[in-house]
Design a protein around this ligand. Structure first.
Ligand code: NAP
Length: 267
């Protein structure tokens, strides 16, 4: 199934769950930037929530906000029982320490899954795995290569694939090209998250049965969005950009929010 149809189906399933839930799952987004890409991500999250029947509240702060003031807003949301999920939209202004803010979010509400004690799986890896599962991808014993080792994508992706019993190799900017070619040639699953337009191209050798999941979002000279892989590589499955992992990430956030609201009911 293509990603758009997969996401639409899962959203309608969430919508049924939302209608029968005794409370309305509610997300608060704290945003302290005026970044056009962030504004567009926030609009996407609000739209997803509205479509499903969740409540998404936006607390937009001035970009001059001080760290203490932002932390107070986080604490207010932490203590508000009507808010089940809380995210602080990145990037944050330079006067604010991102790490301090991430750790200030109550783990039980951290639907982004960034806090070390958060019970939630980070959204991009979670969305990718749920899609691959839907496609019938069998993880056990498969060679998975993750390109990129960031805290929000590469590392949690590798951890999740390990928990699915894949043989996981993480490649990064210090990996030699020779090694990259060798690992990629053996890979059954390649997740590329490096932010380099068209990095995976026809010069690499791939298993024809491989799946390539393209996390990259890069603005091309044509003004359009492109992934880290060129389109049309000779593999069994390749996710598109746009209309790929971005949608899966948004879906996983809504999934985590439903879970957070359910956890609240159980407690
Ligand atoms: P990041 O924090 O900049 O990390 C990039 C990673 O790629 C680093 O680990 C870096 O290695 C590695 N890298 C850079 N050049 C490389 C190369 N030539 N070969 C191998 N590895 C290389 O980026 P990120 O936040 O993980 O995001 C990666 C991409 O995914 C970006 O395009 C971002 O916009 C996109 N993204 C998309 C979604 C979505 O929902 N679709 C979500 C998050 C991010 P070192 O550690 O050695 O520096």
């Amino acid at each position: 199934m293509d990603i758009k149809s997969f996401v639409a189906k899962r959203k309608s399933e969430l919508s049924v769950l939302a209608k029968s839930a005794p409370l309305t799952p509610t997300l608060m987004i704290i945003q302290a930037n005026d970044d056009p890409a962030s504004n567009s991500y926030v609009r996407g999250k609000i739209k997803d929530g509205e479509e499903i029947g969740f409540k998404v509240l936006l607390n937009k702060l001035p970009t001059t906000v001080l760290q203490d003031e932002l932390l107070k807003e986080v604490e207010k949301a932490n203590l508000n029982p009507d808010i089940h999920g809380l995210i602080v939209q990145l990037p944050l202004p330079k006067q604010i320490d991102e790490k301090v803010v991430k750790l200030a979010i109550a783990p039980a509400k951290d639907v982004d899954g960034f806090h070390p004690l958060s019970p939630f799986t980070p959204c991009t890896p979670k969305g990718i795995v749920s899609y691959l599962e839907g496609e019938g991808f069998l993880f056990k014993g498969k060679n998975a290569v993750v390109l990129g080792r960031s805290d929000i994508v590469g590392k949690p992706m590798a951890k999740l694939l390990l928990s699915k019993d894949c043989n996981v190799t993480v490649l990064h900017s210090k990996t030699s090209m020779e090694d990259k070619r060798a690992y990629i040639k053996m890979a059954d699953l390649i997740v590329v998250a490096i932010g380099r337009l068209g990095y995976l191209d026809h010069s690499f050798e791939y298993k024809p049965s491989a799946a390539i999941v393209d996390v990259g979002i890069n603005r091309g000279e044509d003004g359009k969005l492109h992934g880290d892989a060129v389109a049309g590589l000779p593999v069994a499955l390749q996710t598109p950009v746009p209309g790929g992992v971005g949608l899966l990430t948004r879906l996983a956030l809504m999934d985590n929010l439903m879970e957070a609201a359910n956890n609240e009911l159980r407690d």
